[in-house]
Design a protein around this ligand. Structure first.
Ligand SMILES: [Zn+2]
Length: 402
């Protein structure tokens, strides 16, 4: 069976080429799809999948952000591998797209994040189909909008999963490309509000300095800083250290007016067994201490952007993608923790084990976003090989390698 697997993977590899991946990615980047306006690109992607031979439908629960669903049935009773990607690109201007085939690079908004990944998925599926690889389990391709913050909130992919559009495992085609995240930190945005009674007044009217919300901000920042140092000193295997980051401090509008409120906003990233509840308890304790010292009201609100998770390392998709990577590159894909919050979180939350493998996101969200042909080809080869490894081959094969 191993020989048959290897032969099937090799047949698919011969049908993947860098040039057509670059051209496909360039065509995708040329169809703008800012978050919330993905319909044109959704239709373009659906057309590409249809031409390959997938059974394609659109889910138009959010009409301006339709989700593309493509299915290739398995020839046997194997598990279904779901490839997933987001259709939208961040709403930040970028120079017009370019394709430099000789240099092997596509530039433009969405090229690395993540239209290159979507092109690699399509080309991997096409290679498997054209090579007549008799996958035992099927392929499911999903592509959805409303991903990128601040407009995106993952409702599209969460809804698809709830409707049963799900594989036995998922490969999300972005983020890591040289390691395999099997665990991720959760992340919550915290917003701490400090306020005092009464109105804005001249500074000379202030009875005690502690009553100034900005005095409370100082105590709060000291406390948060101590908390961040404690977190940095404690690392977790794979996910690294937890963190606390302050990104916004707001308060005051004039040099000698005492404000009535102030606000401190930031992120808190936490690994299992940590949780939003534990983080809230810790921050509430600090807020209560600042309130006690100042007489101010101090409250924290937490918005959880992603929950922490850890896959069972025995999940078949992990071994399949690692073997697929080895077949595609000859290299090893070490297990790791995810550095950012991506859609694997949404899959895992609904019981679908999910890993990331992307093109190369070094330039995602940058002013010179680009992706190389070498990265596109490597990703497509990893996807094709991982599909064979995960879905298996139907009995009675191999067919003649036509
Ligand atoms: Zn992305």
């Amino acid at each position: 069976m191993t020989d048959a697997l290897l032969a099937a993977i090799e047949r698919a590899f011969t049908l993947l080429d860098e040039r057509s991946l670059l051209e496909e990615t360039y065509r995708f980047v040329s169809v703008p799809s800012p978050t919330g306006q993905e319909a044109d690109f959704a239709h373009a992607y659906a057309t590409v999948l249809e031409k390959i031979g997938l059974r394609v439908e659109l889910d138009e629960e959010w009409p301006d952000s339709p989700s593309v669903i493509g299915r290739w049935p398995g020839a046997g009773a194997g598990p279904v591998l779901q490839f997933d990607g987001h259709l939208d690109a961040i709403v930040v201007p970028h120079a017009p797209p370019t394709l430099d085939a000789d240099a092997g690079v596509v530039r433009g908004r969405g090229s690395a994040d993540m239209k290159g990944g979507l092109a690699a998925i399509a080309h991997a599926a096409r290679a498997l189909i054209q090579a007549e690889v008799p996958l035992a389990g099927g392929l499911l391709v999903t592509a959805h909008g409303l991903h990128e913050a601040p407009g995106g909130d993952q409702r599209t992919i969460q809804s698809l999963l709830r409707k049963g559009v799900r594989g036995d495992a998922a490969l999300v085609a972005e983020l890591s490309h040289d390691d395999l995240p099997v665990t991720a930190k959760g992340m919550s945005i915290f917003r701490i509000k400090l306020a005092r009674d009464g109105g804005v007044m001249h500074e000379v009217e202030l009875d005690r300095p502690e009553r100034n919300p900005l005095y409370g901000v100082r105590l709060l920042l000291n406390g948060l800083d101590a908390m961040a140092s404690r977190l940095a000193a404690r690392t977790h295997p794979l996910t690294g250290a937890e963190s606390l980051f302050v990104g916004e401090v707001r308060g005051g509008d004039f040099y000698n007016r005492v404000p009535i409120r102030a606000e401190v906003v930031g992120t808190r990233r936490y690994a299992l067994p940590g949780s939003k509840e534990l983080v809230a308890a810790e921050l509430n304790e600090l807020c209560a201490e600042v309130a006690r010292q100042t007489g101010l009201s101090v409250h924290v609100e937490l918005q959880e952007v992603g929950k922490p998770y850890a896959l069972d390392t025995g999940e078949p998709v992990i071994a399949a993608v690692r073997r697929g990577f080895a077949r595609a590159t000859g290299g090893d894909l070490p297990l790791a923790g995810a550095g950012a919050v991506g859609n694997a979180v949404d899959f895992v939350a609904q019981g679908v084990p999910a890993v990331y493998h992307g093109v190369n996101q070094a330039t995602a969200h940058s002013d010179d976003e680009h992706v190389s042909g070498a990265d596109l080809l490597r990703a497509a080869r990893v996807y094709a090989a991982s599909a064979v490894e995960f879905c298996g081959l139907a009995e009675g094969e191999p067919r003649d390698g036509a």
